[in-house]
Design a protein around this ligand. Structure first.
Ligand SMILES: Nc1ncnc2c1ncn2[C@@H]1O[C@H](COP(=O)(O)OP(=O)(O)OP(=O)(O)O)[C@@H](O)[C@H]1O
Length: 261
């Protein structure tokens, strides 16, 4: 988006690095009797890739949905770009984006049409050029005129990632972004995220069940179980917190711990 380009020069990003771009405080979400999130607090730093790790039902998707404003938290506070989320949702979401392996895009539209719809929603400058760039980035150029219904699940994920980057977001929320991608495309996606973090100061929150990938790509990892944040730190800090050789071992130790502080 043209208006904000000056604020994303590398020197500005250096100044902004290590500042919180997103703050979550005491976030709780109850679905009736079920408390999916129980007082979760953390910061996402500018230019950071933060991995959210937790078993099935831990509350990862609920957290992402709260951060997107798809569901309202029961209590707690979310602040993004220094603005309170509940009061500035539209303004904030213009500068964010999202991809998930369980959200499919309109199936009857072609890939080109799908991207163009989002380019126009986000008021992207030179939308046609941007759509071409995104299709190229994810090796989807040959399918530009195919309806999305013809895509394999991996191709659909690539289209979701292309859509997620269409507005050059400052914060990207990714729910299992590499699930369903073949190893080569998963590697390419990780490389791309690292590059965008480096070049554009992109900040990323992403969930994955691939612990090796999480260890490789994340600056910090948040371990969630039963709606509670158990630990937050670099993979090394998490390993040492649970006296583990690797993140996978730390993950299983965390799950075994009965009373975690
Ligand atoms: N709309 C809902 N109504 C009732 N309960 C819900 C709802 N959404 C989520 N839950 C419950 O909240 C808990 C957290 O779910 P959530 O989908 O956030 O977990 P998750 O960590 O993303 O799991 P997974 O790894 O399986 O995707 C689960 O117990 C789930 O059953």
């Amino acid at each position: 988006m043209s208006g904000k380009d000056n604020s994303r020069r590398p020197d500005d990003q250096t100044k902004k690095a290590h500042q919180a771009i997103l703050r979550v405080r005491g976030l709780t979400k109850a679905f009736g009797e079920k408390e999916a999130l129980k007082g979760v607090s953390f910061d996402l730093l500018t230019g950071e890739i933060l991995g959210i790790l937790g078993p099935n039902g831990a509350g990862k998707t609920t957290l992402i949905h709260c951060l997107l404003g798809l569901i309202a938290p029961t209590s707690g506070k979310i602040e993004v770009f220094g603005l309170e989320f509940s009061r500035h949702r539209i303004k904030i979401l213009e500068r964010m984006n999202f991809a998930s392996n369980y959200v499919s895009l309109p199936l009857s539209l072609t890939l080109w049409e799908n991207l163009m719809v989002y380019a126009l929603i986000y008021r992207v400058p030179q939308p046609g050029k941007r759509c071409h760039e995104m299709l190229k980035l994810f090796d989807l150029e040959g399918l530009a005129t195919s309806p999305a219904r013809k895509l394999s699940s991996g191709q659909m994920m690539r289209l979701c990632l292309a859509k997620a980057l269409i507005n050059d977001p400052e914060i990207l929320l990714l729910d299992e972004p590499t699930a369903g991608l073949d190893p080569e495309m998963a590697r390419k996606t990780r490389k791309l995220l690292k590059r965008l973090r480096q070049e554009r100061g992109l900040s990323v929150i992403y969930t994955s069940h691939n612990l090796q990938e999480m260890e490789e790509i994340s600056d910090r990892v948040a371990l969630i179980r039963e709606g509670r944040l158990l630990a937050l730190g670099s993979a090394e800090e998490i390993r040492s917190r649970f006296a583990a050789q690797n993140l996978e071992e730390a993950f299983f130790r965390a799950l075994e711990e009965k009373n975690v502080s």
